[in-house]
Design a protein around this ligand. Structure first.
Ligand SMILES: [Zn+2]
Length: 517
């Protein structure tokens, strides 16, 4: 059986609160999805917003292996497809595939569309036929299919028949409200597949019951051969079916080959890339591709893993382009240190000395579980391998607040880099940002790779609230080059000093990491 993958990150995914993509962002994500071997890329609803229209008019899809899909709704009740601009726009675009959504639940037909069930069927026939005659491949999304089926199966099936007879090549069953559970969904899919032995049936699920991926998988078991979802499950409310997790499960667990092994190994990178472009902090605990997905912390687990990874891993991390990690914490012993050093490509040398250095730093408030960059540097430094990017002379930060105005921040930094003394000043939206800008300005010319590295997350934790202002502050900074992510930690009674330590570790590790590869 061959399965087709349909990605709607650029259409349904952008319904997520806080997400906004430019036409250029969309083009970059589309190329990334294409490189993964996705078959269909639904890139927007051009009749609904000018940004999507700009993308479809400006994007050259001729170099894509994937087919580009433009989305629209069925024509308005009592009108004609050829008079409805939301429909007639599609033939003017180069995207070869049209995805049309229409109602398949009587409640919606009567209460939302305020029309008759028969007129809704007519709208489906008219719209599908119009676009098919215009030369488009038509994929039909039956909205609220499962709720509709529960209410009146005959009507939901009649909507699908109308679309199929008018020329739709794929009938997609949508769990639009995301409330259906796998057992019921699977039965409805099986019933529908029997009804249409010669038409491709697809599945489009949402995650409101936490079953987005599970529902897509059981739908495939029940006979659908077309699966829709979004990268990282981003989408309205609780999100869509996560295509990343779904792909990994289909291929590694269910034995269905949806892409080459080489493409599958790019899953982690693509997942991070999309989070990055959407300005979303990657969920480190995401199945398969999260940074913690193969992180082993407990001593027993680390011991088991060192004997045979299958003891605590459901699949091999390399299969999806992820890596095994053994975060070093208070629970760790020498064995973890050796494993960690190996993982970082270092000789463990005197593990006792490294362990002692880690315990000392942890006593001071450092925490290395989420700070692999600082840990790698600490191990290196303990073993006499210290290659700082620069030598600091001083830095100074001035924040100024004028009554009724904004607060402005400026940082000045003096340092030595590559044998020269450099002084640089920069403004920022806060002290850490200003310091980051000034430091990059000063050392950037010596390390061009810094352009690719930026901060993706900044977290502050007060370690001992009882001591009020004397409390210790721990800062964690995540950095990324768009492909990998790494964490660095700083600790001090002064938040600026703690941030500085984490900032410098993050940049130093990023630069040495890119050199290593
Ligand atoms: Zn949806």
């Amino acid at each position: 059986m061959s399965l087709t993958l349909f990605d709607t990150t650029l259409r349904d995914g952008t319904q997520r609160e806080g997400v906004s993509l430019t036409a250029e962002d969309k083009a970059r994500i589309a190329r990334e999805l294409d490189s993964l071997g996705i078959h269909y890329i639904e890139a927007g609803f051009p009749a609904s917003n000018p940004k999507d229209l700009e993308f479809f008019e400006g994007f050259d899809d001729s170099s894509l292996h994937a087919k580009l899909v433009a989305f629209t709704r069925a024509r308005r009740p009592n009108g004609r497809a050829e008079d409805d601009p939301a429909v007639t726009l599609l033939p003017s675009l180069s995207a070869p595939v049209a995805c049309i959504v229409a109602k398949s639940w009587k409640l919606h037909v009567e209460k939302v569309l305020r029309t008759t069930p028969e007129e809704n069927l007519e709208s489906v026939r008219d719209t599908v036929a119009y676009l098919a005659e215009a030369g488009k491949v038509v994929i039909f999304d039956a909205e609220h299919y499962f709720d509709g089926f529960r209410d009146d199966p005959g009507y939901s099936l009649a909507v699908l028949h109308a679309a199929a007879e008018a020329g739709a090549t794929t009938l997609v069953l949508c769990d639009t409200n995301g409330g259906t559970l796998p057992t019921e969904l699977k039965a409805v899919v099986a019933r529908t597949v029997r009804e249409f032995p010669d038409v491709e049936i697809g599945i489009h699920t949402h995650n409101d019951s936490g079953c987005g991926v599970a529902n897509a998988l059981v739908a495939v078991e029940a006979g659908t051969t077309h699966v829709q979802g979004t990268v990282n499950g981003i989408g309205e409310r609780c999100g869509n079916c996560d295509l990343v997790t779904t792909i990994a499960n289909l291929q590694l667990k269910m034995g269905l080959k949806v892409m080459d092994d080489e493409e599958l190994r790019r899953l982690t990178e693509v997942s991070n890339y999309v989070s990055e472009l959407m300005n979303l902090t990657p969920d480190t605990h995401r199945p398969f591709v999260g940074r913690s997905a193969f992180a082993h912390k407990g001593g027993l687990h680390v011991d088991g893993i060192s004997k045979d990874p299958a003891t605590y891993e459901h699949v091999a991390p390399e299969a999806v382009g992820n890596v095994r990690r053994t975060p070093v914490g208070e629970l760790s012993g020498k064995n973890s240190i050796r494993t960690k050093a190996e993982e970082l490509g270092l000789e463990a040398g005197d593990a006792t000395q490294i362990l002692w250095a880690i315990k000392q730093r942890e006593y001071e408030g450092y925490h290395y579980e989420a700070a692999d960059a600082s840990l790698a540097l600490l191990i290196g430094r303990t073993m006499g391998e210290d290659r700082p990017l620069f030598e600091l002379e001083t830095f100074r930060i001035i924040s100024e607040k004028r009554a009724g105005g904004e607060t402005t921040t400026e940082a000045t930094i003096k340092l030595f880099v590559g044998g020269h003394r450099v002084i640089s000043t920069a403004e920022g939206n806060g002290p850490v940002n200003a310091l980051d800008q000034a430091l990059r300005k000063a050392i950037g010319p010596h390390y061009p790779e810094l352009k690719e590295i930026h901060l993706s997350n900044y977290k502050v934790r007060i370690l001992d609230e009882h001591r009020a202002t004397a409390a210790t502050t721990r800062v964690l900074i995540d950095s990324t080059d768009g492909k990998r992510m790494w964490g660095a930690v700083g600790v001090s009674e002064n938040i600026i000093e703690a941030s500085w330590q984490a900032l410098v570790d993050g940049l130093e590790y990023g630069v040495s990491g890119t050199k290593k590869e």
